[in-house]
Structures are given as structure tokens and as C-alpha cells.
Design a protein around this ligand. Structure first.
Ligand code: KIV
Length: 262
């Protein structure tokens, strides 16, 4: 059965952990959905892991809609959320509602994800008032990279609590907490009535999210794997070995064999 924002919220009361992963295309999303993922995020990490760029900033609204359309169409059970790419969280309520409405109108996605805290909570309230469900994102916010200069573990208690409380009040159905010191994430999870979904924020959140390519070891190589990632498969090796075997068989006249021919 299709998961909805109220159902995801109810997981917190039920003490049921939320399993979230990113996906960017039809086959990837279908596999994650069939394997029982609760939330599939078409993240603006698209810029890093699919487009090979250094930050998430270049991802455009048209690009994320292109990926969200094929991703959401593959999904039967999971809730599909789509990042509002830079600068749609920053431009104020009108632009954000227009962008969020395009995402819900042009794809089968269920919600948007929004990077921002207290200073952008009026925009979150405008989105939810417009019937666009919002998954919040506080703590480390990759869209602020130019301002902050680096990606750092977050330890600022006062500003974090102002942010999460404002974002909850604005109507989010859950909040992603990125790279918080573990005890801070535990406290945040205790004070909020909506679920928290951590990435690099330790074990005490109501759920966990990781990036598809990181979990599956599907990368171009040479990229440093962050400490918070656990790699559950090594697709880079699987793909390289398979392609080498294919090349050997083509060059050696082994493929195609009789059974591959008409
Ligand atoms: O863009 C993304 O993939 C994200 C997750 C890492 C939470 O924001």
C-alpha cells in the first residue's frame, strides 16, 4: 500500500524505524521499492552522483523533474520525495510554491524536500498551505556550501533547536537531520513530534537515509567515502569484472554463442 505523509508520521508513535534511500531513475527506484524502502528521495545529490559535479548547486528544476518523473512512475509502495533544488528554497514562498506545484503536477511524486530552518519557515508554511507536503532538512545543508565553505559536523545546539522547532511548526511531516553530533540528534528526536531521519547523525533518529550510489558502491572511483556511509555492495567491482569478461568474449569470438544467435 502506498505510504503517505500521515502514515510516515505515525511510524514515530509506533516506534517503527523509517528506511529511506535516494534514487534517480526507473530501475533503481523499482528495486528499492520492491526491497521495502519506506521513502525514496530524488535528491539533488543527483548533481554529485549522477552528473559528476562537485556540489548540488547546478541541479536545475527541469533536471530534477526529469529524474523524478521516471523514479516516481516506478514506485508502488514507497513515499517519493523530491528535492527543491537551489535556489527554490531560498527565493521565498511564491517561487517555492510554483516549483513544488510543478513537481507534483509533472511527476507522480508525493512530497518535496526543503533545505532550511527558522529563516525559511514561512516558505515551508506556504508550501503546506498550498497542499504540497514537505519533508524538512536541517543540520548540514549542502545548498549552503558557498556560505559555509565546507561540509562540517553540526554541533550548534541553540540554532538547531530554533530551526527544527520552526520547521515543525510550519507543517513538515518529517525532518532529515544531516551530520549532527549523535547526542544532539538524540535530543532533537526527543523534542520533536514529527519523525527525524538521520544521515551522518548517529543511531538515535527515527530513521536513516543514505545515497543509492554510496550504499551500493556504484561510483566512478577515486571519491572519498564519508565516515557515515556503510557500503552494502560493491557494484563498481561487479560492473568492471562483467564488462571485462564481455570484452574478452567478444574479442575471443566466444560471444555471441549459438544460443545467443538466430
Ligand atoms: O540530496 C540528497 O541526496 C539528500 C540526502 C543525502 C538526504 O539530501
Amino acid at each position: 500500500m502506498k505510504l503517505t505523509p500521515p502514515k510516515i508520521r505515525s511510524y514515530k508513535q509506533d516506534g517503527r524505524k523509517i528506511v529511506m534511500l535516494t534514487a534517480y531513475d526507473y530501475p533503481g527506484a523499482k528495486l528499492l521499492d520492491e526491497a521495502g524502502t519506506d521513502i525514496i528521495l530524488v535528491g539533488d545529490s543527483l548533481g554529485n552522483v549522477v552528473q559528476g559535479k562537485a556540489t548540488t548547486l547546478p541541479v536545475t528544476l527541469d533536471e530534477i523533474i526529469y529524474h523524478a518523473e521516471m523514479t516516481a512512475r516506478a514506485v508502488t509502495n514507497a513515499l517519493v520525495a523530491v528535492d527543491l533544488p537551489f535556489p527554490y528554497c531560498q527565493l521565498g514562498p511564491d517561487e517555492a510554491v510554483r516549483a513544488g506545484a510543478r513537481i507534483l503536477k509533472e511527476t507522480l511524486a508525493d512530497a518535496v524536500k526543503f533545505e532550511g530552518g527558522e529563516n525559511r519557515s514561512a516558505t515551508i508554511a506556504a508550501l503546506t498551505a498550498a497542499g504540497i507536503p514537505v519533508l524538512g532538512h536541517c543540520g548540514l545543508r549542502p545548498q549552503d556550501i558557498r556560505q559555509n565553505g565546507s561540509y562540517q559536523v553540526q554541533r550548534q545546539r541553540e540554532s538547531l533547536f530554533k530551526d527544527i522547532e520552526a520547521v515543525e511548526k510550519a507543517g513538515v511531516f518529517a525532518i532529515v537531520l544531516e551530520c549532527l553530533e549523535s547526542e544532539l540528534a538524540r535530543e532533537a528526536t526527543q523534542v520533536l513530534s514529527v519523525p527525524t531521519i538521520g544521515i551522518g547523525s548517529g543511531p538515535h533518529t527515527d530513521g536513516q537515509v543514505l545515497v543509492f550510489h554510496d550504499v551500493l558502491g556504484y561510483s566512478a572511483g577515486g571519491t572519498k567515502i564519508p565516515r557515515h556511509v556503510k557500503q552494502y555492495a560493491d557494484l563498481r567491482t561487479v560492473i568492471t569484472e562483467a564488462v571485462k569478461q564481455y570484452a574478452d568474449e567478444v574479442r575471443g569470438g566466444i560471444f555471441p554463442a549459438k544460443e545467443n544467435s538466430f
